[in-house]
Ligand binder design. Sequence first.
Ligand SMILES: *Cc1c(COP(=O)(O)O)cnc(C)c1O
Length: 231
Amino acid sequence: MSGLQQHYQTVLRDLAQAAEAAGRLKESVRLVAVSKTFPAEDIREIYAAGQRDFGENYIQEWYGKTQALADLPDIVWHIIGDVQSNKTKYVAERAHWLHTVGRLKTAQRISNQRLSEMPPLQACIEVNIAAEEAKHGVPPEEAVALAVEVAKLPNIEVRGLMCVVKAGSNDEELRRQFATMRQLLADLNAAGVKADVLSMGMSGDMRIAVECGATHVRIGSAIFGQRGYSK
Ligand SMILES: *Cc1c(COP(=O)(O)O)cnc(C)c1O
């Protein structure tokens, strides 16, 4: 087994253990393998081991990979980075999930550009959970209102909420941020948008995210290794 496959198996095992410790079924947490900056061959290798959900941040880079991997028909692409308005077409035409809806305008463009024969784009509203200056996403108090508007668009289905926690948070701070997300999801349902997804948890905080109700964890470096560059 290659190093990459070993790392992947380790993450699957850790995830199953985290679910068990939280009293949850492991099937209730979906692993999104974040392959940004890594080549299409690495994705192919993890795909061969059974992984189907992959997360990408940079639209241009991702688009090239969709072409290189066009022979894998059941691969599921999750966009987890900011989408500039000149790139919405790629997302509309090739993505299955968009975790980072932060503006109604962008969502409207994508809904308009989505091909009618495609199923609706599965979407999460990105919440700037710690109200950080440099982060994308809406402030927690605006998340429900945005979700309600996005849910009216014909070709987008709002599935839930996504966040990236504040860097350097200790366990208690992590739990507080994740708990706020969970509360917002309840608020969203109370507002009439049936939503069931909490996209939260990365390589460093997966266990606590699962404990706090994450349904999608986005794991990059624990599978693919350290990235050569980061943006
Ligand atoms: C890169 C990235 C991840 C994966 O982070 P790791 O720490 O490598 O697991 C998850 N979510 C988002 C939004 C990212 O940009």
